[in-house]
Design a protein around this ligand. Structure first.
Ligand SMILES: Nc1ncnc2c1ncn2[C@@H]1O[C@H](COP(=O)(O)OP(=O)(O)OP(=O)(O)O)[C@@H](O)[C@H]1O
Ligand SMILES: [Mg+2]
Length: 232
């Protein structure tokens, strides 16, 4: 199964989410996972190098691929339960080739105007790629949400903007938490730093909701985060 975490907005949390999803599936679902790093900045490759040099952390394989990677992804997907792609912040060949074959596509966006301005263009790319990959399960996810209750409306408004383009957006979100930055420093995930923490809960909720959506079973989909629990 191929899961793409992509989008054209820089800094929205693509690498962070791809890395945490990979650890979640590897450690909590006991799956055979490969990360594909398509970003020349090599953020995720560097993180993996640090991770795999720590013998206490479960090993995860990683390869770097650029350009027209459709066929390589398809053949890699036969050897792994999950191939997770971290695609850098541009509309490039690797992003479109990945979208042509991915089973699940997650597009992180911050609830900020400049991020939300990219939704229209992403929707164009999604529509084009759906012609060759009609079964793709695609959703936006709102990330780095402000934790001040007075700013809760920004999250709801961001979701409304995405929905206005007729693209699904997950109920699950990530809030802005130091835990994300702190955990990636050591090649770790938020689940490994604090298994019962709020960030760990957010990651589990995001990937579970994305995968459940694909089955068409919305009865188990996470509800909007309960604001009084989510903040802080
Ligand atoms: N929910 C969050 N709360 C706080 N910090 C976060 C969160 N998600 C990501 N970050 C931090 O934001 C920064 C950018 O995240 P990340 O590198 O994952 O973005 P990206 O979309 O991959 O960026 P690029 O487009 O450059 O590849 C990192 O320092 C990361 O630790
Ligand atoms: Mg990145």
């Amino acid at each position: 199964m191929i899961i793409l975490v992509g989008g054209e907005k820089g800094g929205s949390g693509k690498s962070c989410i791809a890395q945490n999803i990979a650890v979640y599936l590897r450690t909590e679902k006991d799956a055979n996972v490969l990360i594909v790093d398509c970003d020349p900045q090599r953020t995720t490759s560097d993180w993996i190098q640090e991770r795999n040099s720590n013998p206490k952390l479960p090993h995860i394989n990683c390869v770097q691929l650029y350009g027209k990677i459709r066929n390589e992804l398809l053949s890699l997907s036969h050897h792994y339960d999950y191939v997770i792609i971290d695609c850098g912040g541009q509309d490039n060949l690797a992003l479109r080739s990945s979208m042509a074959v991915a089973n699940h596509i997650l597009i992180p966006l911050r609830p900020k105007r400049r991020d939300l301005k990219t939704v229209g263009h992403m929707e164009d790319i999604i529509s084009t790629c759906k012609m060759v990959n009609p079964k793709m399960n695609v959703a936006f996810v709102i990330t780095q949400c402000p934790s001040l209750p007075s700013l809760a409306n920004r999250i709801l408004e961001a979701k409304e903007v995405v929905r206005s383009f007729d693209v699904p957006v997950l109920n699950s979100v990530t809030f802005s938490r130091n835990m994300y930055d702190d955990s990636e420093e050591m090649g770790m995930s938020v689940m490994e730093r604090e298994p019962e923490g709020k960030a760990a809960f957010e990651i589990r909720s995001i990937i579970d909701e994305l995968l459940i959506r694909a089955k068409g079973d919305v009865s188990h989909v996470a509800s909007e985060p309960k604001m009084q629990h989510a903040f802080g």
